[in-house]
Design a protein around this ligand. Sequence first.
Ligand SMILES: [Fe+2]
Length: 197
Amino acid sequence: MKTVTLFPSILAKHHLSNYSDNLLDVVKSESFSPSHNNNGGYSHDNTNILDLKEFKAVKKEILITAKDFIKNHLGHEVKKIKISGSWANKLQKNNLVPLHYHINSYVSGVLYLSKGTPIEFHTPVKPTPIFPMIKKHTKYTAPSYSVKPKKGLCVLFPANFMHSVASSQEDQERYSIGFNIVPLGKIGFPTANITIV
Ligand SMILES: [Fe+2]
């Protein structure tokens, strides 16, 4: 029997070499408001946190990593990209992040500033109409993939990937920075192009 792997998905994990522990203090010094999602923790009022001077080196490294991901793994021809928004999230005990994807974004990401409850990425493949019990999931049947937060870990993913965080059961607060990346310049082909400045 010959098998063929079809339509796989991809995300990137990169530990930022420019990460330093004092970035968490910078994040904590900014104001947070309750997230618009019920029980969804708190989000920064500053939606361009990565533009602060303290994040200069981290932001540069994220953009270099994202360019590599886009060019060498997604195979897209994109000359320039920018971070269009970035905001910190704080989850306390019993806070969760409901299932969502990022609108008005191309590649999105998250940078972790602490440990905490894993982020779950959910398969875009629809389940078969007849769904037998599965003894052991393989990479072809797994409904989700989880990433455990770690200080300085950056995860990049196509913005349409559905993801969530289960209710935090830890006493310590969980801090992360979410961000969106868009391509710049003329994108697409003659009958379907857009210019983003
Ligand atoms: Fe998200």
